[in-house]
Design a protein around this ligand. Structure first.
Ligand code: NAD
Length: 496
């Protein structure tokens, strides 16, 4: 069986641990590979490689670092279908969606090519007589990136291009469920000329994560995953004195006002609810409809769901399988729960006929109407193709519902009323807002991140926050001697 290895100091290595984890092809329901799981010695090898590579990488000129990243961008752009195929094989999402993920990641590489401009300091001349002050941004050192299964290429790319561009070295710990994308990326960075040890991939589970969080040489941690683990990582790593940005789970609401274009809203609900089988942190899972349009909107959504094709992502399907059998079973268990809680199941994905192997981890698109807001179907992050409809009487009731959620990752409003949209963007306690846009993932020049239990830490991913996260500032106050220097003065420095 093919073994997926670590990539440490420019080499693929099995490391010292004998623990292995089965990697599935979710569309066939079979184990196709195994990934090595790091032990403490492997963690130390990866961090040591990143530590040893740091000084030379930090001291390389901006121009030379940028040339390597530029070459990486060119190779990635030319070869991204290869990476998309790897993602589909291990994650299950359809090929077009996998390619979209890579393209959104590439956007951050392109953003990071502007880092020499973005990381410039400030300069004030003559703040006091003969005195100038300027600030510098410098890299932190070796940093850890810990990523989830649902975007095995894009989420690492939210972080490492900026970390590398600003002179840090990286240890990436990808999800053990789809670990090959990270290795492909590491090989491509090597091909682009990245020196050994600057970017390392450490395969593993909790042992690897705990090792990174505790390792004294790791200066910062960027984590993305479910809320309980995000909180754990934040608490552990900050207690160990590290800089941390930790992005957690979500339950995203789409609010539809009665004046909205209902065809546009129905299309958006389908795209955002069922794309990537609902395994997106920006998926819409709660459709909040202000009456009296709910019957009409539900009918339009149900009608659009009928032709959707669930199946093997390598074929021409709309939606692939879920990541594991256990996860599929967990997501499917919300359907009887909804019935027991008094909701109406309009379309039940358990009866799907997939275009794929009978052993695949299938669940078809599911639409549940009149979901009580006390039900776990509404309250939990389901992370699957289950769209709940909640009917409300007013805009105010809808916003109050969204603001009462523990999560605050993404949300959307569908309306033709600019005043209502503006009020929504001001009142809603959510980090990323779409106005007639269902999956409002900001472009790389802005920062990605939510609010409340969807993020722990102050700085979000990419955009200006990404540059701030991966650099520390120094302020320099300088005076070059001239004939006017004033002799001894023990008082606190003041401007004159
Ligand atoms: P997860 O929390 O299970 O795993 C994320 C990472 O943490 C993986 O690398 C995993 O190996 C590691 N991990 C798992 N259990 C751990 C433990 N007990 N201790 C230490 N580390 C552990 O998440 P997932 O299932 O891979 O991904 C789906 C989740 O990620 C969803 O909740 C989704 O909303 C969230 N997500 C959030 C964003 C965002 O930007 N906010 C983006 C993508 C995914």
């Amino acid at each position: 069986m093919h073994k997926i290895l670590h990539h440490i100091n420019g080499q693929q290595t099995a490391g010292s641990s004998s623990r292995l984890f089965d990697v599935y092809d979710p569309a066939r329901g079979v184990v196709t590979k195994q990934v090595v799981l790091a032990d403490a010695t492997d963690v130390d090898s990866a961090v040591t490689a990143a530590t040893n590579a740091f000084a030379a990488w930090r001291d390389m000129s901006w121009a030379n670092r940028q040339q390597i990243l530029f070459k990486f961008r060119e190779l990635l752009n030319a070869r991204k279908p290869e990476l998309a195929a790897i993602i589909t094989e291990e994650h299950g999402k359809v090929l077009s969606d996998a390619l979209g993920e890579v393209t959104r990641g590439q956007e951050v590489v392109e953003f990071a090519l502007g880092a020499p401009h973005l990381a410039k300091g400030e300069h004030s001349e003559q703040v006091s007589t003969g005195v100038d002050v300027f600030s510098l941004r410098q890299p932190l050192g070796p940093v850890a990136i810990i990523s989830p299964f649902n975007f095995p290429a894009m989420v690492p790319m939210w972080f490492f291009p900026i970390a590398l561009a600003t002179g840090n070295t990286v240890v990436l710990k990808p999800s053990e469920k789809d670990p090959s994308a990270a290795i492909w990326i590491a090989e491509l960075l090597t091909e682009a000329g990245l020196p050994n040890g600057v970017f390392n991939v450490l395969q593993g589970d909790k042992v690897a994560v705990d090792g990174l969080l505790a390792h004294p040489s790791i200066k910062a941690v960027s984590f993305v995953g479910s809320t309980p683990i995000a909180k754990y990582v934040y608490e552990k790593a900050t207690a160990a004195g590290k800089r941390v940005q930790s992005l957690g789970g979500a339950k995203n609401h789409m609010l539809v006002l009665p004046d909205a274009d209902l065809d546009l809203a129905a299309d958006a609900a389908i795209n955002a609810g069922f794309g990537s089988a609902g395994e997106r942190c920006m998926a819409i899972s709660a459709l909040v409809v202000v009456e009296p349009v709910a019957d009409r909107l539900v009918a339009k959504i149900a009608e659009r769901m009928i032709p959707l094709k669930t199946g093997d992502g390598r074929r021409s399907c709309d939606m692939g399988p879920l990541i594991t059998r256990e996860h599929r079973d967990k997501v499917a268990s919300y359907i009887p729960m909804a019935l027991a809680d008094g909701a109406e199941v309009v379309i039940d994905g358990r009866s799907v006929t997939p275009d794929g192997d009978e052993n695949g981890f299938w669940l078809g698109p599911t639409l549940i109407d009149r979901v009580p807001t006390t039900s776990h179907v509404y309250l939990d992050e389901i992370f699957g193709p289950v769209l709940s409809v909640i009917r409300v009487a007013s805009y105010e009731e809808g916003v109050a519902l969204i603001n009462a959620s523990q999560f605050g990752n993404g949300t959307a409003i569908f309306t033709n009323d600019g005043g209502a949209a503006r009020r929504f963007q001001r009142e809603v306690e959510v980090g990323m807002i779409g106005i007639n846009v269902p999956i409002p993932v900001p472009v790389a020049t802005f920062s990605f991140g939510g609010d409340k239990a969807s993020i722990f830490g102050d700085l979000k991913a990419h955009g200006a926050d990404g540059i701030r996260f991966y650099t520390k500032t120094k302020a320099v106050t300088q005076r070059w001697l001239d004939p006017s220097h004033g002799g001894i003065n023990l008082g606190f420095p003041q401007n004159d």
